[in-house]
Design a protein around this ligand. Sequence first.
Ligand SMILES: [Zn+2]
Length: 201
Amino acid sequence: MALLTPFVALRSDELTVSVSELKVDFAARGPQLAYRKPRQGDRDHHGNLWVRMSESPVGRPVYASMHTSRQRRCMERLLCQVCGEPADRNEQGWLFLDWRRPDSPRTWPERSITSMPPLCVEHARVSVRQCPFLRRAEYAVLRVRKPQLYGVSGTLYQLADTGWHTSENDVLSPYSSPRLPGMLASRLHRQLRGVMVVDLP
Ligand SMILES: [Zn+2]
């Protein structure tokens, strides 16, 4: 059976932002990362600057990486990460797959923080059969009553005399903490609350 290409998968010809497009913006509360040529939608409601990425869903899929704006759209609107249609929801909640990671809470899968958007029934079944990440880890099929928007993660830039420099990748910035002015966000996270482990529908 041919591998299905998830809607959120990055394509090889989709390019991301280069450091030369970034500048220091001297805002009232101190310097912050900004684009030289700002566009509408660069920042989310919390003021986080998002990475820009071209969209051309024709290139070779890069299964291990997610396209930033497609990931964000699926997570924001609770769309299936494979087909981009509304994810499955019943009286027990939204359908998610989640696996135990080294930094998972002891209450896992309850309160797990994830950047993997939910799924429709058909693609939950396909993912369990095909996803290499699930084969390597302890995972659970979940119904989630309250998948709460939690925060963003991305590359953290640090301001030096010569401009912005990358300091850390994959830094998680919860909405409950003050915004990081050097954050270039690339993923939206939800915290899974009101979780029930179920059989694959
Ligand atoms: Zn689907």
